[in-house]
Design a protein around this ligand. Sequence first.
Ligand code: OAD
Length: 256
Amino acid sequence: MTLSISVDEALDPGLTSFLKTARSVVVLTGAGVSAESGVPTFRDAQQGFWARHDPMQLATPDGFARDPGLVWDWYQWRRKLIAETSPNAGHRAIAELAGQLPGLVVITQNVDGFHQLAGSRHVLELHGNIQRSICSRTRRDIPASWLDAHPDRSPVPSPHHPQGLARPDVVWFGESLDEKLLGAAFAAAQACDLVIVAGTSGVVHPAASIPAVAVEHGARMIEVNPVQTELSRLADWRLVGPSATWLPRLVESLSK
Ligand code: OAD
């Protein structure tokens, strides 16, 4: 049974007491937690990236092979957008929760690095990080100083391979996630007693399987999202509303 709570309602005392006794917590986040920082989500019908751009063109190896300049420019634009914004109260609340619930693991699909900027230490970035670049041929890191030395090139050649190009260190559709990271994420999901799922539509796997694995292994689940998602049916509690409102309320409830 799922209990839905809206922002103008009080938190369920059952949720608060469970949170206080949780020993091992996983927080899975998606683009919605950065929405209130001003970074668009992917699937919002009007403002979402995939409402305005074709993911097959911008977020696949084939799209990059067809037009690497277009893909590079789009990621440069997103990098700049992210650099001009900052973490919000939701990111900060997750870092504070970790202070009170040691061992909390953040598993994020976001590539903006906001969890670390907000102070979270144990973060598994399943889809990479947009601020890092790698060689398209060798996958070796390309330092920012190399990119800065080629300000007018798009795409930027790689220093590591004559046919290589700089590309963002993110996971594109059709690519595999880092096995070690994914293994650590699923191990954390299997071992946790609470999974908090915030700001994700829960449609991109394998990340979207993490809550089900946690629940199958006996964890309870809190979902934070203004709307119902593919994952809502797994939740014990649905906190209906924005994460920058709900996550700080969860932190506050620990001290009451
Ligand atoms: P989506 O755009 O699919 O979903 C964002 C979710 O955030 C939706 O369920 C919204 O209702 C919710 N949301 C919006 N505003 C919110 C707020 N203020 N507080 C809380 N929730 C809010 O984004 P993801 O689920 O992250 O992958 O998408 C998963 C992956 O698909 C991304 O990592 C990306 C994308 O294609 C790759 O690029 C590989």
